[in-house]
Ligand binder design. Structure first.
Ligand code: 5RP
Length: 234
């Protein structure tokens, strides 16, 4: 089995295990990305078998998948918070800090995570790191004056001693990647992120930055799937 296929099996295992933890009556946040989509598929099977929940999606893609699978969706604005949300991650550190936004969905994901009593993260083993930063940090910025915002991000990182290897707008061929909120994504490659909470706050002070993909110590449990189909809490 190739690495991609092993990771895929591990993501399925993590998603299925996470779905088995959802309880009747819960309000559930549906994350985004391939691992979270395995969770949504498995949750949909449990709903078919009688599980009674309502859910809020963390991206348009997750909303579309949930609708296709008849997962009952509500608006986050119409309820008071969620009991649990299950989402993927691009990197997870030992304290539960994460980098997210590889799929450009970090804003809805963070709103859902902050408004959930408990966030669980579903990953394959490749996402577990000692220190965040190998994965370039996604930052959602407004299209207006994005070039200036990128310059301000570079200056902030230099001032704080978080020397950036690169800070670039994310492209898909010749076109910029556009988020669910019609914004751009900027990827900041930093080597190591030693103070995720401090960096997350500092980045959000820059006008033009809508939100960043750092989720400092937010996950209350990391479920790691394995290629053999098993999954466990880290
Ligand atoms: C999307 C995300 C995803 O959760 C993250 O990129 C992980 O995705 P995958 O499970 O496909 O590896 O943050 O913005």
């Amino acid at each position: 089995m190739g690495t991609d296929s092993r990771n895929e099996q591990a993501k399925i295992a993590a998603g299925v295990y996470a779905a088995s933890l959802v309880e009747d009556g819960q309000k559930v946040g549906l994350g985004s990305g391939t691992s979270a989509w395995h969770f949504i598929r498995s949750l949909a099977k449990r709903i078919e078998e009688g599980l009674d929940i309502i859910a809020v999606p963390a991206s348009k893609a997750s909303r579309d998948l949930a609708q296709e699978l008849n997962v009952p969706l509500v608006e986050l604005d119409d309820i008071t918070g969620l009991d649990i949300c299950i989402d993927g991650a691009d990197e997870v550190a030992p304290d539960g800090s994460m980098i997210k936004g590889g799929g450009a969905n970090l804003l809805w994901e963070k709103i859902i995570a902050v408004n959930s009593a408990k966030m669980l993260t579903v990953v394959d083993p490749s996402k577990i790191v000692k220190t965040l930063g190998q994965f370039a940090l996604p930052i959602e910025v407004t299209p207006a004056y994005y070039g200036t915002t990128i310059r301000n991000i570079r200056e902030l990182l230099a001032e704080k001693g978080w020397e950036a290897v690169s800070v670039e707008r994310r492209m898909n061929g010749d076109s910029p990647v556009i988020t669910d909120n019609d914004n751009f994504i900027v990827d900041a490659k930093l080597e190591t992120i030693t103070d995720p909470a401090g960096l997350a706050i500092a980045l959000n002070q820059i006008p033009g930055v809508v939100e960043n993909g750092l989720f400092p110590a937010m996950s209350k449990g990391v479920i790691v799937g394995r290629p053999d189909g098993t999954a466990e809490f880290l």
